[in-house]
Design a protein around this ligand. Sequence first.
Ligand code: C2E
Ligand code: CA
Ligand code: CA
Ligand code: CA
Length: 279
Amino acid sequence: CKGSYVKCFAYYNESLSVSLAREQEIINEMNTALENHQFIIYLQPKIDIQNGKPCGAEALTRWNHPKRGIMAPNDFIGIFEQNGFITKLDFYIWEQVCILLRKWLDNGYQPYPISVNISRVDLYNPKLVDMILELIRKYQIVPELLNLELTESAYTDNPIMLSETIERLQKHGFTIMMDDFGSGYSSLNILKDMDVDILKIDMRFLSKTKIAGRGENIIASVIRMSKWLNIPVIAEGVETMEQVAFLRSVGCDYVQGYYYEKPIPVEYYETKYLPQGHY
Ligand code: C2E
Ligand code: CA
Ligand code: CA
Ligand code: CA
């Protein structure tokens, strides 16, 4: 924006109206897209850092758009969280994961657990736990097979509701992963107040630090602290061999990232990660 103020403003205005139009289009299309099964699951394996073997996967939503092709969640999840549609989409995705697990079990496989994302918006639904329980009952899935990822930012909204929801879900046998751990302002309070089962930390923090070595030290400290607290750690966004070596040296338990595998279509996951599955 080196030109005149007026030019700069006009440019800003134009791109703003383009993105507003785009947003409106997404809102107009979302319900039909859901009915037409345009929202699909990609799976990204989680790897046990000690033996390098897969031990689970995360379900990540993609919008298979008839005109735009495969769209990533950053293009639509934020909009859906604003207008409430996310609760519909998330429930749909959880059900699709249950259907998938049921199909694998019926075909004689013993799949690794799949984790699903729960939006902070979903936590305002008082029926949330009952709806999840009804799902696993409907498809006869043991809670150990459906892991739940809750984002750290939900803590700031309502810590009491979050801890009650976590407790109820754990009582029914679900594993709760605290997603994006360390990204917010309340990470230490979460460790103090919430009995989460697994922490997920993002390696992409590393690249953003101004002081050399500080990101590594922070991650090493978080891992040491979680060891004291007996909470296993998954590092996500792991892209290089050096990161894997570092994480192994500081006692990280699991890794997830492009170094091992990007999120992949279900059919590909089935050929590569299903036959050797066990839990
Ligand atoms: P997240 O839950 O933190 O998921 C991890 C994101 O990091 C995914 O992005 C994944 O593809 C990406 N990732 C994994 N490994 C690497 C790596 O090595 N390098 C890099 N650069 N990226 C990596 P994705 O699939 O685009 O999803 C973005 C976010 O959208 C997710 O972040 C999650 O917050 C949200 N999301 C995705 N699916 C759902 C869903 O079904 N429901 C809800 N509520 N949110 C979802
Ligand atoms: Ca996640
Ligand atoms: Ca994350
Ligand atoms: Ca626990």
